[in-house]
Design a protein around this ligand. Structure first.
Ligand SMILES: Nc1ncnc2c1ncn2[C@@H]1O[C@H](COP(=O)(O)OP(=O)(O)OP(=O)(O)O)[C@@H](O)[C@H]1O
Length: 307
């Protein structure tokens, strides 16, 4: 166990690896990030969760020095992420990675490792990310999932202290996804700091202890996985009723949507909602209950789906 690992294991680490303070980023008239505050301490594994266009990739690109904030301050390892000296211990996999098509997997790994003073041994890197069988293959001929695995592996080539993984498992099959999770877990167990983005709470749940929920450029929640699960656990109770539901004052109703003659009631507790409907003598037929998607839960959370 390294000194840092021991410190992290003992919960003593207060070192901030990445920090955003009042960060705003605009692209023309699009406000991608709106006064975001976030601190990532050494040894943490943080999941950034949010729907499409929430601002996750933009935040990652600010932390990794790819972009500059419009307002506010971003720090990586105590300094400006745009200064290469502060990126020496950084590893990153952006959402889309351009790999030189004519180079072989082994050559790309060699090329990236050569940029670091103390890289991970090639065999270990290939092994951890299941790339052994692909070493002699040109990257241009790899499948989307294989390219993704290589791109994520490259983030770990220089033995980083902190890695940013932007939707690392997109396009991976179940087995490859599990292998990748295992590699991330083992990096974290050795004291590494991880920030990963995802659309899926399940993915973040499999890895992270802390979830930062982002929607429309703002941090909506920063909490444990269990707390966030409670926050975004929304069910949809659908029914057909000959009468409008307004006026029934149903307890636990977060929002109502209508498609044709079907009414969809969004609620944190579907059982209670069904009891409410019966108690208040609401006439209904064809009752159906299902969990909502994360996107729907976010609409409710951001107040876009008012009753
Ligand atoms: N280079 C750019 N030029 C213009 N608008 C941009 C640019 N990059 C991002 N945006 C906009 O900023 C907002 C946030 O985008 P971002 O890619 O950060 O979201 P995201 O949460 O990563 O989404 P996804 O999950 O779909 O990748 C979106 O409205 C997007 O269209």
């Amino acid at each position: 166990m390294t000194e840092r690992t021991a410190e992290v294991a003992a919960g003593k680490s207060t070192m901030i690896h990445a920090r955003a303070e009042g960060v705003t980023k605009s692209f023309g008239s699009t406000l991608a990030l709106d006064r975001v505050d976030l601190e990532v301490r050494a040894g943490e594994l943080v999941g950034l969760l949010g729907p499409n266009g929430a601002g996750k990739s933009t935040l990652v690109s600010l932390f990794t020095g790819g972009r500059r904030p419009t307002a506010g301050r971003v720090e990586l390892c105590g300094g400006d992420p745009r200064d290469p000296r502060n990126r020496r211990t950084l590893g990153a996999t952006p959402q889309e990675t351009g790999l030189p098509a004519s180079l072989r997997v082994g050559e790309v790994v060699d090329f990236v490792r050569a940029h670091f003073p103390n890289p991970l041994p090639k065999a270990e890197l290939l092994d951890r990310f299941g790339l052994n069988d692909l070493v002699r293959r040109q990257t241009g001929g790899l499948s989307g999932g294989q390219k993704r695995r290589l791109a994520v592996a490259l983030a770990f080539a220089g033995r980083p202290e902190i890695v940013f993984l932007d939707e690392p498992t997109t396009g991976l099959d179940v087995e490859a996804r599990r292998d990748l999770w295992e590699a991330v877990r083992s990096f974290h167990a050795d004291g590494g700091t991880v920030v990963l983005t995802s659309h899926y709470l399940e993915e973040i749940e499999a890895l992270a202890e802390r979830v930062v929920v982002i929607a429309e450029g703002r941090v909506l929640a920063d909490d444990s996985v269990a707390a966030v699960r409670g926050l975004i656990k929304v069910s949809r109770v659908s029914l057909t009723s000959p009468v409008p539901l307004t006026g029934f004052d149903l307890e636990g109703l977060m929002a109502v949507e209508q498609t044709g003659d079907r009414m969809h009631l969004l609620t944190p507790d579907a059982d209670r909602m069904v009891r409410e409907l019966v108690k208040r003598n609401v006439p209904f037929r064809d009752l159906e209950v299902r969990p909502t998607s994360l996107e729907e839960a976010f609409l409710v959370l951001t107040g876009k789906d008012q009753k």
